[in-house]
Design a binder for this molecule. Structure first.
Ligand SMILES: C[S@@+](CC[C@H](N)C(=O)[O-])C[C@H]1O[C@@H](n2cnc3c(N)ncnc32)[C@H](O)[C@@H]1O
Length: 417
């Protein structure tokens, strides 16, 4: 469905009236809001073979109230990584929130630029190592033109972190948007549209698909801005995995990895060995297409993209002992090591239990993962109690552990210095 350009004003008015997501700058004093895409260690793993360039230049296109820009800038500052983060968005109201957040944190490595990402090159120049575009392309009149404009400011060996809406998990959302368009057309002021939309939502019968869809929550948990963004958006489309791959291909880009990778593997949903065997011969993209249909719960697709010429080797692979394993949540290390003693970890991901099998030495390895020690250091330490352990046996166990945790996006790799 292509929505006409006349909706540009409605989209701009929307984000002036309801900057999204709602953020309170004072919260920065308590906690950093983190998520995918654009955790720096995640970007390093998936797009830079475990070694970030320095200085590092990132563009956050459609930066909104600042989540991506603040996260990147804070991670860079904490690591002492030189460079800059450029926030680019149309919305002055969102800029005010994002700037206030940066100020509370004392971040000086963000540059704020107001304007359209379609004019990124003229507004912010080129040669970015990384572009974040989270929840924005699906609101453009021509997402392909948006992605092309962002690719044009990326270095050839750079990469992007993108989030677009997932078609199958948003069942009921578009019916609601169409009804809202009938009863509260986009030429009404946003406040009036919100009031009508809220009344309509309250009045939905129990059989309505939105009421029956447990996977979308923004209208319930996201305040007025969340309700408006989900159900009253003037221009919003959703992508299946195959639509998304086609969008990337228009800009000569390919998916390096979806996040979380395991959710895009049919084998995690199936139990029948014959079916699992049949899916194992499919291409990664065809497996992801099947996984989306099996799961039915994907409301968004988060993916790292790189140019087709190097997407295949952009991500780090645990091929030897020169890698530093990095846990997404270092404070969860002991809990993970304890879980590993039972031989498996069961994660509840949007209504589906995903089981990850751990190898025998997983607890011993995990207890030594500190984000600094290389696998060779970890092996040396384990050998103090197990002198016969060979490099190959250790690496095999680490690879199995890594596959289990990376599948849930809980572990990444950094190249040892
Ligand atoms: C759903 S919000 C997402 C904000 C942010 N990326 C995040 O994940 O929190 C979409 C943002 O895209 C911005 N936007 C929409 N069209 C744009 C365009 N052509 N150029 C730049 N920003 C745009 C809106 O102003 C809004 O702040």
């Amino acid at each position: 469905m292509r929505v006409p350009e006349s909706q540009d004003k409605a989209v701009a008015d929307h984000y002036v009236a309801y900057p999204y997501p709602t953020r309170d700058p004072a919260y920065e004093a308590k906690r950093l809001i983190e998520g995918s895409p654009s955790r720096l260690a995640e970007v390093e793993h998936y797009l830079f073979q475990g070694h970030l360039p320095s200085p590092f230049r990132a563009l956050v296109a459609g930066g909104g109230t600042g989540d991506g820009a603040i996260q990147l800038a804070q991670h860079m500052a904490s690591r002492g990584l030189e460079g800059e983060v450029v926030w680019l968005d149309l919305s002055p109201a969102s800029q005010a929130v994002a700037e206030a957040r940066a100020e509370v944190r004392g971040l000086t490595n963000i540059r704020f630029v107001q304007g359209s990402l379609l004019e990124a090159k003229a507004l912010v120049g080129g040669d970015f190592d990384y572009v974040d575009c989270c929840g924005v392309l699906h609101h453009l009149d021509e997402p392909e033109a948006g992605l092309a404009a962002l690719k044009a400011v990326l270095k050839p060996d750079g990469g992007m972190g993108v989030m677009v809406y997932g078609a199958l998990g948003r069942r009921g959302v578009y019916d609601m948007q169409e009804m809202a368009e009938t009863l509260a057309p986009t030429d009404l002021p946003p406040e009036q549209r919100l009031a009508i939309g809220q009344r309509l939502f309250k009045d939905l019968p129990a059989s309505n698909w939105l009421k029956r869809n447990p996977f979308v929550r923004d209208h319930l948990d996201g305040g007025e801005a969340g309700f408006y963004d989900l159900l009253l958006h003037a221009r919003d489309r959703a992508y299946t995995v195959s639509d998304f791959a086609a969008l990337a291909a228009c800009a000569s880009m390919s998916v390096v990895s979806f996040i979380e990778p395991a959710r895009y593997e049919p084998a995690v949903y199936l139990t029948d060995p014959k079916l699992i065997a049949a899916t194992s011969v499919l291409s990664p993209l065809d497996r992801a297409i099947l996984a989306e249909r099996l799961a039915g719960n994907m409301t968004t697709h988060v993916a790292y993209l790189a140019d087709v010429a190097h997407a295949g080797d952009a991500a780090a692979q645990p091929s030897d002992l020169n890698w530093v394993p990095v846990l997404r949540d270092p404070e969860s290390r002991d809990a993970l090591a304890n879980a590993a003693r039972s031989g498996k970890l069961v994660a509840d991901t949007m209504g589906v239990k995903l089981t990850r099998i751990f190898p025998r030495r997983a607890p011993a390895i995990l207890r030594r993962v500190d984000g600094v020690s290389a696998l060779s250091d970890i092996l040396r330490d384990i050998r103090k109690a197990d002198a016969s352990l060979t490099d190959d046996a250790f690496l095999r166990d680490f690879q199995a552990l890594f596959s289990g945790l990376n599948g849930l996006n809980l572990m990444w790799l950094r190249r040892a210095d």
